[in-house]
Design a protein around this ligand. Structure first.
Ligand SMILES: [Zn+2]
Ligand SMILES: [Zn+2]
Ligand SMILES: [Zn+2]
Length: 242
């Protein structure tokens, strides 16, 4: 090989090395925001896959398992329209259940969303929850891990505040079994950007419970993976509102 060719070859090799370094990829599993901008929507691939886009707000909206990013937040700001579950306050999230893999020991993380919020996933098995009016409350103890991470992970609320997405409307007090923070999240209050929303924002400090038709409600529904029912309570939500 001539000197000139050698020089050319090493230039090519350098280029390859450079682009390999640039083309960094991030592994994801399960539903996640495409870019982190609400308007860019969600990626619905369930199995582990890669993107060349880094997860936004990775430190609060995601947890990792073997370098795979798992989105555990409320998907509502990103235009999520699938079955959803209403939660109140902080609760455990089991990563292996969300991404549907079998493991010997549950990979338990905590959700630090204050007040009422939605998830695409139902309350995880092997964790204690109580339901009140179709809202899920964690009823177990919060471990030391939860408390240690709280100052960092509770910032998820600052991230979501800007997105101003609808939340479950809860007026009643949490059941006594719930020992997490009770924080009235004044969602949408004073922000007038909700054109086309079905409901006016609740006044500060007072919400209206609008899930009224409770007749066919099965309090065990989540243990039976009955997603159809949850779709229903999403629709119900808008019934008593006319
Ligand atoms: Zn994806
Ligand atoms: Zn549910
Ligand atoms: Zn949550």
């Amino acid at each position: 090989m001539s000197r000139k060719n050698l020089a050319g070859l090493s230039a090519v090799l350098l280029l390859v090395a450079a682009s390999a370094a640039e083309a960094k990829q991030w592994k994801y599993a399960g539903l996640h925001p495409r870019t982190g901008q609400p308007g860019d929507g969600l990626c619905h691939l369930e199995t582990t896959h890669v993107h060349s886009v880094a997860p936004q707000h990775a430190d609060t909206l995601y947890r990792t398992r073997d370098n795979v990013y798992v989105f555990i937040g409320d998907p509502t700001p990103f235009g999520y329209e699938g079955p959803r579950h209403s939660y109140y306050g902080h609760h455990p999230v089991v990563l292996n259940v969300i991404i549907n893999i079998d493991v010997d020991v549950d990979d338990v993380e905590y959700c630090y969303h204050d007040g009422p919020h939605y998830h695409a996933y139902e309350p995880p098995p092997r964790q204690e929850f109580v339901d009140k009016e179709d809202v899920h409350y964690y009823a177990g103890e919060y471990p030391e891990d939860y408390r240690r991470e709280n100052p960092k992970l509770v910032r998820v609320n600052t991230v979501y505040r800007n997105w101003n997405a609808p939340r479950p409307e809860v007026t009643f007090a949490p059941p006594p079994q719930y020992r997490g923070p009770i924080i009235n999240v004044g969602v949408n209050v004073g922000v007038n950007v909700n054109v086309g929303r079905p409901a006016p924002p609740p006044p500060p400090g007072r919400d209206v419970i609008i899930i009224r038709d409770d007749n066919d409600h099965d309090h065990d529904h989540c243990n039976h993976h009955n997603h159809g029912k949850h779709k229903k309570h999403k629709n119900k939500k808008f019934k008593g509102r006319n």
